[in-house]
Design a protein around this ligand. Structure first.
Ligand SMILES: NC(=O)c1ccc[n+]([C@@H]2O[C@H](COP(=O)([O-])OP(=O)(O)OC[C@H]3O[C@@H](n4cnc5c(N)ncnc54)[C@H](O)[C@@H]3O)[C@@H](O)[C@H]2O)c1
Length: 325
C-alpha cells in the first residue's frame, strides 16, 4: 500500500514510524518543509498536489483539528483511503459533509481512536458484551501548561483547535465511556477555564452529566497538579442479576475485587505514554480490513459519536441539551 502522512508534527511522526516499519511509508506532506527532511519518502508541501500528483492509495491526516474535515473530504472525493487523527472534525456541519463524502466514496474512512485497542479496554469491552450497563463514570486529570499551548499556534483557540480538554486531551476517554456503556441521548455540561485564562480561549475543565439507556458522568481537567492515570468505572448486571463494578485503568481491570493485569503501556515506544499502545494495532487493523474488503469498525459515524457529545457539551451552558444524531 502506498501511504502518505500529512502533518509531520508530534503524532504524524508516530504514524510515519509505524508505516515505515510496515514498509508502507510512500510520501510525507507538511507545509513546514523542515519537517520533511527526516524521511526517506516522496516529499510534498501541498496537500492537494499530494493527492493529485503523488497519488497515494491512502493518507493519514495528522494536522491541526480545523483542517481535518476538508482534508478527509478531498481524499474521499478521489477515492483515496483516509485514516484521520482525532477529532474527526470540530463542528456539526462538517460531520454531515464528511458522512456524505464517505457514502459517495469507494474508499475507506477510519478515525484514529486508538485507545479502543489498548488491552485493558479490549478486555472490558468483551467482558461487558453480555451484561446490562447500569451506569458509567470516567475521570481525566492531567496537567497542561502555558508552555504546552505555546508549542503550536493552533492550540488553545476555538477556530483552530475547536475546544480544549474535551476535544483534545480527554476525547479518547469520553469515547471509551460511550463505546463501553452506549451512546447517550442528552447531556448537561459545565465547561470552564480555571487555570489558563490568560493563555487559552478554550476550556481547561469540563463536567458532563449524560442521559440515555444508563446515566454516564464524565469529568476532565488539564488543570491538575500532575498527570493522574485515567480512570473509568462501569456498573453492570449479569444475566443472573448479579451486580458488578468494573474499573478500567490503563494497565489493569478490576472486576469487583479481582484484578486482571496487562503489560504496562511502554513509555514512548511510539510517542508519549498517554497515547497508549493502540496506534500500531489500529493501523494494522485498518489495512487488514481494506485488504480483505471488510468495513473498518471506527468509520465516520463511529468517529463522529464523541464529537457529537463534545459539541453538545459546548452548546449546553449548564442546560439539558440533545445530542445530534
Ligand atoms: N491519537 C492520539 O493519541 C493523538 C496524540 C497527539 C495528537 N493527536 C492529534 O493529531 C493531530 C496533530 O497533533 P500534533 O500534536 O501532532 O500537532 P503538531 O502541531 O505537532 O503537528 C501538526 C503538523 O501539521 C502541519 N500542518 C499544518 N497545516 C498543514 C497543512 N495545511 N498541510 C500539511 N501539514 C500541515 C504542521 O506544520 C505540523 O507539523 C491533532 O488532531 C491531535 O489532536 C492525536
Amino acid at each position: 500500500m502506498k501511504v502518505a502522512v500529512v502533518g509531520l508534527g508530534v503524532i504524524g511522526a508516530v504514524h510515519a514510524e509505524i508505516l515505515r516499519k510496515r514498509g508502507d511509508l510512500y510520501a510525507v506532506c507538511d507545509v513546514d518543509e523542515s519537517k520533511l527532511s527526516a524521511y526517506d519518502a516522496v516529499k510534498e508541501t501541498d496537500y492537494i498536489r499530494l493527492l493529485d500528483e503523488v497519488k497515494p492509495e491512502a493518507v493519514h491526516i495528522c494536522t491541526p483539528h480545523y483542517l481535518h474535515a476538508d482534508m478527509v473530504i478531498e481524499a474521499l472525493k478521489r477515492n483515496i483511503h483516509v485514516l484521520c487523527e482525532k477529532p474527526l472534525c470540530i463542528c456539526e456541519e462538517d460531520i454531515v459533509r464528511i458522512l456524505e463524502a464517505e457514502r459517495a466514496s469507494s474508499a475507506t474512512l477510519g478515525v484514529c481512536l486508538q485507545n479502543r485497542y489498548n488491552a485493558s479496554n479490549v478486555y472490558a469491552k468483551e467482558y461487558l458484551a453480555d451484561k446490562k450497563i447500569l451506569a458509567g463514570d470516567a475521570l481525566v486529570a492531567w496537567k497542561r501548561t502555558a508552555g504546552y499551548y505555546a508549542s503550536a499556534p493552533w492550540r488553545g483557540k476555538w477556530a483552530t483547535e475547536g475546544g480544549g480538554v474535551l476535544i483534545n486531551q480527554s476525547l479518547h476517554t469520553l469515547d471509551l465511556l460511550q463505546w463501553l456503556c452506549g451512546m447517550p441521548k442528552a447531556l448537561t455540561a459545565s465547561v470552564s477555564n480555571l487555570t489558563l485564562q490568560k493563555e487559552i480561549e478554550v476550556e481547561d475543565t469540563a463536567t458532563l452529566l449524560m442521559e440515555g439507556d444508563s446515566p454516564l458522568n464524565f469529568f476532565a481537567t488539564i488543570g491538575s497538579g500532575r498527570d493522574l492515570p485515567v480512570e473509568l468505572t462501569v456498573w453492570a448486571e449479569t444475566a443472573e442479576g448479579k451486580r458488578e463494578t468494573i474499573k478500567v485503568m490503563p494497565n489493569y481491570v478490576v472486576i469487583n475485587e479481582k484484578i486482571v493485569s496487562f503489560e504496562a503501556l511502554a513509555p514512548s515506544k511510539y510517542g508519549k505514554v498517554c497515547y497508549g499502545s493502540g496506534h500500531e494495532p489500529l493501523i494494522a487493523h485498518f489495512y487488514d480490513c481494506i485488504a480483505e474488503g471488510k468495513p473498518f469498525p471506527i468509520n465516520g459515524e463511529e468517529g463522529a459519536k464523541v464529537v457529537r457529545l463534545i459539541l453538545a457539551a459546548y452548546r449546553s451552558k449548564n442546560n439539558k441539551t440533545e445530542i445530534s444524531k
